[in-house]
Design a protein around this ligand. Structure first.
Ligand code: IPE
Ligand code: IPE
Ligand code: MG
Length: 269
C-alpha cells in the first residue's frame, strides 16, 4: 500500500492549484552545494552530504503537488572535470543515497529511473541505479529520473543514433538480392534516404531520456542550463532561485510551481 509523504515540519501545505496549472515534468538543477559548504568553512563534500535532505524534501513536495515527472541533475558528463577526490566522493555518495532512500521512495509509490551515459560511470553506481529501477518498476506514482553522468548533448546524439540504427536494421533493399551479390548503388541511396527520413523531431523526442520539460528549476542563483535536458527544455519555463541546494525544502519547489502557474506559455502562437 502506497504511503503519502509526511507533511513538512512547518505544517506548510501544498498550494491549491488546478491540476492543469501544475507542471507535468519538473527538471531540477540541484546547484550550490560547494558554496554552501564554503560559507561554513567546510569541505565541498559536506555540501553534497547536506543536500540529501533537500532531495527527499523535493520528492515529497512533487508528490504532494501532483507532479508526474521529476528529473534531478545529480552528476553531469562535465563533472568529471572536478578533482578526483570530489568525483570519488560523488560516486560513493550516489551509491549510498540510492541504497538508503530507495525503500522510502518505493513506499511513496515512486518509480525510479536513470538517465545518463554508462561510459566512465562506476559499475557499482550503475548497479544501484538498476536495482532501484527494478525495485520500483511497478510503481504508478511520481516518475523520478536520476540524471547521473547525464549530458543533454549526449542524450540527443544517443537518441539520433538509436533512430538511425533502427531505420537501418529495418531496411530491406528493393532488389532483395543484396545478400548474394552485394548492395547496389540504388540500395545504398535508398538506405540513406530511409535513414534521413527516420530522423524527425518526433522520433528524437521519443528516444531522448525523458518527456518534454515544463518547469526547469535551478537553485543557487546561476542562470544557465549546463547541458541539462536541452532538447526537452526547448519550451520549458525557467525559474531560478537564489537559495543554495542544501537550504532547499519542498516549499521552494512549490514557490517555483506557483511562478510557473502564473506564466503564459505561448509556444510561438
Ligand atoms: C551541485 O553543487 C552538485 C553537483 C554538481 C554534483 P555544486 O557542487 O556545483 O556546488 P557549487 O556550484 O560549486 O556551489
Ligand atoms: C550542473 O551544475 C550539474 C549538476 C547540478 C549536477 P554545475 O555546477 O556542474 O554547472 P556549472 O559548472 O555551474 O555550469
Ligand atoms: Mg555548481
Amino acid at each position: 500500500m502506497a504511503q503519502t509523504p509526511p507533511p513538512h515540519r512547518s505544517g506548510a501545505v501544498v498550494p491549491d492549484l488546478p491540476l492543469e496549472a501544475v507542471p507535468n515534468h519538473v527538471a531540477v538543477v540541484m546547484d550550490g552545494n560547494g558554496r554552501w559548504a564554503r560559507q561554513r568553512g567546510l569541505p565541498r563534500t559536506e555540501g553534497h552530504r547536506a543536500g540529501e535532505e533537500a532531495l527527499v524534501e523535493v520528492v515529497a513536495g512533487a508528490i504532494e503537488a501532483k507532479v508526474r515527472w521529476l528529473s534531478v541533475y545529480a552528476f553531469s558528463t562535465e563533472n568529471w572535470k572536478r578533482s578526483p577526490s570530489e568525483v570519488r566522493f560523488l560516486m560513493g555518495y550516489s551509491r549510498r543515497v540510492l541504497r538508503q532512500r530507495r525503500d522510502l521512495f518505493n513506499s511513496w509509490n515512486v518509480r525510479i529511473g536513470w538517465a545518463g551515459q554508462r561510459q566512465r560511470l562506476w559499475p557499482s553506481v550503475i548497479k544501484e541505479l538498476d536495482d532501484a529501477a527494478h525495485l520500483t518498476r511497478g510503481n504508478t506514482g511520481l516518475n523520478l529520473t536520476l540524471c547521473v553522468n547525464y549530458g543533454g548533448r549526449d542524450d540527443i546524439v544517443a537518441a539520433a543514433r538509436a533512430v538511425l540504427g533502427e531505420a537501418a536494421r529495418q531496411f530491406s533493399p528493393a532488389s532483395g538480392k543484396s545478400q548474394t551479390r552485394g548492395a547496389s548503388p540504388g540500395d545504398a541511396a535508398a538506405l540513406v534516404e530511409t535513414m534521413m527520413a527516420s530522423l524527425t523531431e518526433d522520433s528524437i523526442s521519443q528516444r531522448v531520456a525523458t518527456p518534454d520539460v515544463d518547469l526547469f528549476w535551478r537553485t543557487s542563483g546561476e542562470q544557465r542550463l549546463s547541458n541539462f535536458l536541452i532538447w526537452q527544455a526547448a519550451y520549458a519555463e525557467l525559474v531560478f532561485s537564489d537559495k543554495l541546494w542544501p537550504d532547499v525544502d519542498r516549499r521552494d519547489l512549490w514557490d517555483g510551481i506557483v511562478q510557473y502557474s502564473s506564466r503564459q506559455r505561448r509556444y510561438g502562437a
